[in-house]
Design a binder for this molecule. Structure first.
Ligand code: PGA
Length: 248
């Protein structure tokens, strides 16, 4: 595993964007991005927008799949992840929105939808670069502790910890949805490359457990220890509890 420790979240965004942009520029044909929401990837998306506007980074052949979406929120709800992706990235680069996919939080037949989402990813040849945040409890996507390491896209119940962590985005804690559709750990694992971002002291325990603890469903991000091409880009505060030496 490659672990890059940077000074702060702006640097985190820049380093991760550079990794992805380099890979995008190398590949001919459609490029498939796996995308994440939350506060962590915002500096990455800002840098990708800058690279598009000032260095011509081209998203016209990109296809994207987001990790997850709350059940019960439609794409025009300002806390839906579709809304987040439009406003934080898609509206500012030359991606064709028809090629951007976020799980449908309003799907009537959730099971059928999840199967179809997996098939759509496979049909375009799989994800080239998967962007990940990490929950304070070690989750990736909404794969909460205890998730099967081989899981595929499905519905998950959010833990109390995740609901509290995400309450800051909603008027009241009771407004946070309790269910989500999320790619599974197995879905994430199929991506050709993955980059996990984290910043701030609140993530230090999760970063330590996922990198220096055992591979275990109790810490879903630890599954990345088995991935062929996973990179962590974390700031000094999130890296503070690591004991091994890392790249800077
Ligand atoms: P955050 O969420 O980026 O808002 O901290 C990360 C996550 O829960 O995966």
């Amino acid at each position: 595993m490659r672990v890059i420790v940077v000074k702060d979240k702006m640097e985190m965004g820049k380093r991760a964007a550079a990794l992805i942009a380099e890979d995008m520029r190398k590949k001919r044909g459609p490029y498939v991005l796996g995308l994440a929401t939350g506060s962590t990837p915002i500096p990455l998306y800002q840098e990708l927008i800058r690279l598009h506007k000032s260095e011509g980074l081209d998203f016209s052949t990109c296809i994207s799949f987001n990790l997850d979406e709350y059940v019960g929120l439609s794409g025009d709800h300002d806390q839906s992840y579709r809304y987040f992706m439009n406003t934080q990235l898609f509206d500012h680069v030359n991606i064709n929105k028809k090629n951007t996919f976020v799980p449908d939080g309003m799907a009537k037949d959730v099971e059928a939808f999840c199967e179809q989402y997996e098939a759509m990813i496979d049909d375009v040849g799989g994800i080239d670069y998967q962007v990940l945040g990490i929950g304070a409890n070690g989750h990736i996507g909404f794969n909460e502790p205890g998730s099967s390491l081989g899981s595929l896209t499905r519905i998950k119940t959010l833990t109390e910890r995740t609901i509290s962590d995400n309450a800051r985005f909603f008027a009241r804690k009771e407004d946070v949805p309790t269910l989500a559709i999320t790619m599974g750990i197995g879905t994430i694992f199929k991506a050709r490359k993955a980059v996990l971002l984290a910043n701030g002291a609140g993530k230090a325990d999760a970063i330590k457990a996922s990198l220096e603890g055992p591979v275990a469903s109790f810490c879903p991000a630890s599954a990345l220890q088995l991935h062929r091409w996973a990179t962590y880009v974390v700031d000094e505060a999130a890296a503070a509890k690591l004991t091994l030496n890392h790249e800077t």
